[in-house]
Design a protein around this ligand. Structure first.
Ligand code: AMP
Length: 222
């Protein structure tokens, strides 16, 4: 088996999405971003979107069964060229479901990549984040647009995601510590955890992850 089946773990705002974009290019991996998929369902007002919206706006988690079904459909759609999951699993039942379903398909996880950063660091990053409707992302302090509140690339207005407001971020962090952080031990015990320092510069984090994945891929081929 030489496919890389990877998940990204870590608090919101640690840079998982940024790293995912680069890694999918480097390794030609299909990217499956749970938050983006759910937001699409919300925009399209699908049945799943209507169920998910309240939980998402509130900074809580969408129920496991809904998210598991959505992700497995995507994993099957992508075939067996590997995958990079961002934002899933986020709970132990989701992790168990993923392991069981991969096993049924004769597949397994290659590694869980933990991009970690302190609450203080991610709080500052997330609450300053602004984006246009095409998903181009800025930061009011670290990466401001040339003109206030407009996207440099397409001139569209920049807004703050509802769940990026300070009170919601506090709730998302509490949810992360309670429901998702146990997955660090879960994957460590299974020998799958690889740790990266998300507080570092994004190029450094990327170099570190890329080197780790290159080694993992070589090992998979042996
Ligand atoms: P994200 O963009 O990854 O921060 O996700 C945004 C929101 O989508 C989260 O705050 C949750 O409400 C919901 N969400 C994303 N992934 C999951 C998941 N694996 N399980 C449950 N809810 C999720």
């Amino acid at each position: 088996m030489s496919e890389l089946n990877l998940i990204l773990l870590g608090p919101p705002g640690a840079g998982k999405g940024t790293q995912a974009g680069r890694l999918t290019e480097d390794f030609g991996l299909p990217y499956i971003g749970t938050g983006d998929l759910l937001r699409k369902h919300v925009d399209q007002e699908s049945e799943l979107g209507r169920e998910a919206k309240g939980h998402m706006d509130d900074g809580g988690l969408v129920p496991d069964d809904l998210v598991i079904a959505m992700i497995l459909e995507k994993v099957d759609e992508e075939g067996d060229d590997g995958f990079l999951l961002d934002g899933f699993p986020r709970t132990v039942p989701q992790a168990d479901a993923l392991a069981d379903e991969l096993e049924k398909r004769g597949r397994r996880l290659t590694a869980a990549l933990l991009v970690d950063a302190s609450d203080e660091c991610v709080f500052k990053r997330i609450t300053g984040r602004r984006q246009c409707s095409d998903g181009h992302v800025y930061h009011v302090e670290f990466d401001p647009p040339k003109y206030d509140d407009k996207c440099d690339r397409d001139g569209k207005p920049l807004t703050q995601r509802k769940d990026d407001q300070p009170e919601k971020v506090k709730k998302r962090l509490a949810t992360y510590h309670r429901d998702t952080e146990p997955l660090i031990d879960y994957y460590d015990e299974r020998g799958l955890l690889r740790r990266f320092d998300g507080a570092q510069d994004k190029v450094k984090v990327h170099d570190h992850i890329r080197a780790t994945l290159a080694t993992l891929r070589l090992e998979e081929r042996l």
